[in-house]
Write a protein that binds this ligand. Structure first.
Ligand SMILES: NC(=O)c1ccc[n+]([C@@H]2O[C@H](COP(=O)([O-])OP(=O)(O)OC[C@H]3O[C@@H](n4cnc5c(N)ncnc54)[C@H](OP(=O)(O)O)[C@@H]3O)[C@@H](O)[C@H]2O)c1
Length: 238
């Protein structure tokens, strides 16, 4: 009898780390369900490779409900959910502008909370122990002068990691991956030019593969839950 194909849901797969990891999941034999907000050549590539692509702006709660329903139409079980979608939004110059905080609360905290709850039964249907993986950030616990809403909502996601790990064990492992610089954004390059971006002890801009290595490690390790794995080039040393 042939083994059942296992499904994985990954959010924010239109580019960079999400796109890279969606590709790797497909290469590893998973049926990939992936969300995107903007249609890119990466989305087209994943569609052509057989991924089920779902358009969804996670800053709008109703869209997250729609996503949950749509995933349920495509699969009855999930081996993993990877919460990768994220907005690298700076705090507003206007003190009372709530826009970045509201949007980032929806994307980084409310959507993962809803999706983890709304698809719990699909995770329970996985033949193997299932995984939830939250992509957070080195800056979540350190704080950030210019991205305070980003850092705070990523810290909230780290807290959700531990809550869901308690609640969903033993059937589902729940872990966070907290990267420092993996691939620079354009505004990072400006900060680097101004020398405000700290270079980690390992002295690298390592690229997406270090996140894939960490995802594989988490997916394949049956005895790790409720943790945050730093992928930060040794930033805790500085
Ligand atoms: N790159 C790094 O060095 C680094 C460092 C620390 C942590 N991380 C974390 O690692 C993960 C991936 O990083 P990345 O650099 O690849 O991120 P990215 O380039 O900013 O891409 C983020 C993804 O999330 C999607 N997204 C943004 N806002 C959304 C919304 N409102 N609704 C739905 N999707 C939305 C984006 O879609 P659109 O293309 O449509 O905007 C994109 O697909 C993120 O969680 C990030 O916080 C990355």
């Amino acid at each position: 009898m042939s083994e059942q194909v296992q499904s994985v849901l990954i959010t924010g797969a239109s580019r960079r780390i999400g796109l890279f990891n969606a590709r790797k999941l497909i290469e590893s034999g998973f049926q990939v369900l992936a969300t995107y907000r903007t249609y890119t050549h990466g989305v087209r590539e994943l569609e052509d490779a057989g991924a089920q692509m779902i358009q969804c702006d996670l800053s709008i709660k109703e869209n997250t409900f729609r996503l949950i329903n749509e995933v349920r139409q495509h699969t009855s079980s999930l081996r993993a959910i990877i919460h990768n979608a994220s907005g690298w939004l700076a705090d507003s110059q206007h003190e009372l502008d709530t826009e970045p905080m509201e949007a980032l609360f929806h994307v980084h905290m409310e959507a993962p909370w809803l999706i983890n709850r709304g698809l719990r039964d699909l995770l329970s249907n996985s033949q193997e122990t299932a995984d939830i993986i939250h992509m957070t950030d080195y800056n979540a616990l350190r704080g950030s002068e210019h991205h305070a809403a980003y850092a705070a909502t990523k810290a909230g996601l780290e807290s959700l990691t531990r809550s869901f790990a308690r609640l969903y064990a033993p059937g589902v492992k729940v872990n966070a991956i907290a990267p420092y610089l993996i691939i620079m954004n354009e505004d990072d390059r400006e900060m680097a030019a101004e020398d405000t971006l700290r270079i980690p002890p390992m002295g690298l801009e390592p690229g997406e593969s270090v996140i894939w290595q960490t995802l594989e490690y988490v997916l394949n390790n049956p005895y790790i839950t409720g943790t945050t794995i730093p992928v930060d080039g040794g930033m805790s040393l500085s």
